[in-house]
Design a protein around this ligand. Structure first.
Ligand SMILES: C[S@@+](CC[C@H](N)C(=O)[O-])C[C@H]1O[C@@H](n2cnc3c(N)ncnc32)[C@H](O)[C@@H]1O
Length: 232
């Protein structure tokens, strides 16, 4: 099954399990983001993790996602109240070797939004652009992206680590703090992470920190920690 279909299936099947994460994310976003005119969401898909209470803060909502099913599923989650403008497009430029921020910059220049959200997309990039992430150029790319984003109001929530729930010996906290110097080893030491860990390779990237990461029980057998970062 294609990855977006698996994601949609999981979001519907495990809606109840996701609820504590969704509410913690809502609280964190509302605490840090003021209501404004135009919101652009990158990787928004059906916005399964974003609540109506949060969307209510904006007059105009623009969503970019590669997934053609996203607009239909958005209605299933959020009803007909909102009329987001969907662009079924890539947010990043990738020529098979290099990933750069030109396209992201062009999209931002085109719409000039008051608020930008990368909605659980940055942590997926090592899966979509495997070869690029093998070269470790992602640190330089994230510096370049940082330059593009810095003058704007931007939030990103993204997968940091994932692991099998059955491996978790101690009860994992709902929220952890990410310091600028943290890496996968320091986090594993501080929070007694289990051995089988999937690293989404965002810790070395240049996201604003300190930040927090929220626990997300994705399925009955897997847990993610999702980092939430804010520019401005
Ligand atoms: C894990 S899903 C997040 C879904 C949604 N934000 C939510 O809160 O439930 C990641 C989404 O990012 C989208 N995506 C991945 N790479 C993308 C890219 N380069 N440009 C646009 N969308 C992308 C995928 O299609 C997918 O819908």
């Amino acid at each position: 099954m294609q990855s977006h279909l698996i994601y949609h299936y999981t979001s519907l099947r495990h809606r109840k399990l996701w609820q504590p994460f969704i509410l913690n994310l809502e609280k964190t976003l509302l605490r840090n983001i003021a209501s404004s005119n135009k919101l652009i969401i990158f990787g928004g898909s059906a916005c399964a993790c974003i609540t109506n209470k949060f969307l209510d803060q904006f007059h105009e909502i623009i969503i970019y996602d590669k997934d053609p099913m996203a607009p239909v599923l958005f209605r299933a989650f959020h009803g007909l109240k909102y009329k987001p403008k969907y662009f079924i497009e890539d947010v990043f430029s990738f020529d098979g070797i290099r990933l750069d921020s030109k396209r992201t910059q062009n999209i931002l220049d085109l719409h000039n939004p008051d608020q930008v959200i990368f909605a659980n997309v940055i942590g997926q990039l090592p899966i979509y652009y495997k070869n690029f992430f093998k070269t470790q150029n992602y640190v330089a790319w994230s510096e370049d992206l940082s330059r593009v984003l810095q003058a704007r109001r931007v939030a990103s929530f993204h997968d940091l680590v994932s692991f099998k729930k059955k491996d978790v010996l101690n009860k994992m906290p709902d929220q952890i703090i990410i310091d600028p110097k943290d890496n996968i080893t320091t986090l594993a030491d501080k929070y007694t992470f289990p051995q089988t860990i999937f690293d989404h390779l965002v810790l070395e990237q240049k996201w604003p920190r300190p930040s927090i990461a929220l626990k997300w029980e994705l399925t009955p057998s897997s847990i993610h920690y999702v980092e939430v970062c804010f520019y401005k």
